[in-house]
Write a protein that binds this ligand. Structure first.
Ligand code: CA
Length: 222
């Protein structure tokens, strides 16, 4: 589950990054409106939700939102705002915001609202993914093998999700790192290998093929 954070305040941005990462989300952080527009335009479909600050350099949150909706992108957007006037809320909703949170906020409330938004949009996010023996349902974040549910950590789930989105396609370590950890986080060199090892122990090592030096894949249709 990948979240785009758009926030120019370094303290709030870094605490959001830390909190969301701890909660098992992959988070990417951009600091101004232009970067937000670029991320949402060029990386269409990669993010499942955006946290959008209202007051931003270069483009305001409302302008980013307007451009996003005008382009037909229906990603859930939760506005983070220091202002709490009725007029602001009405304008935001008219422009296509899904929810508001007034700063300062409790992290628990942010997470609850994010979950609610993601549930509401779940049907639009992605249908269940299948291989011969595995099933992964993005709406419920559940994984099963031969019909039996398997408990995965958030990172293991993200890794398997990335692989099952493209069965039969090799994904390199760099591609997997980028998918699991985001592009703004430093990653220890063998973190992906450790994750693959624990994931394979749970789902069966034959469910993920490794071509040495090239990458990993789940088997595609034969
Ligand atoms: Ca701001």
């Amino acid at each position: 589950m990948r979240i785009l954070i758009v926030e120019d305040d370094p303290m709030i941005g870094s605490s959001l990054m830390r909190g969301l990462t701890d909660a098992g989300y992959t988070a990417d952080w951009v600091r101004d409106g232009l970067a937000a527009e670029a991320a949402l335009r060029d990386r269409l479909g990669e993010f499942q939700l955006a946290l959008l600050d209202w007051g931003l350099p270069h483009r305001s949150g409302i302008e980013v939102l307007r451009a996003l909706r005008a382009g037909g992108n229906n990603i859930p957007v939760l506005i983070l705002t220091a202002r709490d006037s009725l007029a602001d809320r009405v304008e935001g909703l008219d422009r296509g915001a899904d929810d508001f949170l007034v700063k300062p906020f409790e992290f628990a409330e942010l997470k609850a609202r994010m979950r609610a938004l993601l549930r509401r949009h779940a049907g639009r996010i992605e249908p269940p993914l299948r291989t011969a023996r595995l099933a992964l349902d993005p709406a419920s974040r559940s994984v099963s093998r031969d019909g039996r549910e398997i408990q995965l950590t958030a990172r293991e789930y993200a890794l398997l999700h990335a692989l099952m989105q493209r069965p039969g396609t090799l994904l390199s370590r760099a591609q997997l790192e980028e998918r699991i950890y985001g592009w703004s986080n430093p990653v220890e060199s063998n973190a992906v290998e450790f994750l693959l090892h624990s994931l394979r122990r749970k789902i069966g090592s034959e469910q993920i093929e490794n071509l040495r030096g090239l990458g990993w894949r789940v088997p595609g249709d034969k």
